[in-house]
Write a protein of this length. Sequence first.
Length: 109
Amino acid sequence: MISSQMLKGMLEGCVLKIIAEHETYGYEISQKLITYGFGDISEGTIYPMLLRMSNKGFIQAEYRESSTGPRRKYFSLTNQGEEELKEFERQWKELSQAVTNLFDGTSSE
């Protein structure tokens, strides 16, 4: 299981990636994270994060009827969210490569 401290800095970018794949809602996001190996991320973590990302202008929400219960709030990326996701991916690749270099004993110089 990935520690919550490690997840803190990465989770927002990962949620942006999930939303970029298709419009989705909070519970589905948490289930996707589980299938990718993130462990059980509580809805108490997901929903406040979605609100923060909405307030930052990264995502937008739309309520839709559900065939299995109450209306659901579906999220999609804004243009600003797409840019944020690209920046997250760039930074992640740089960090990932640096950690790989460190553990492989490979210098980037």
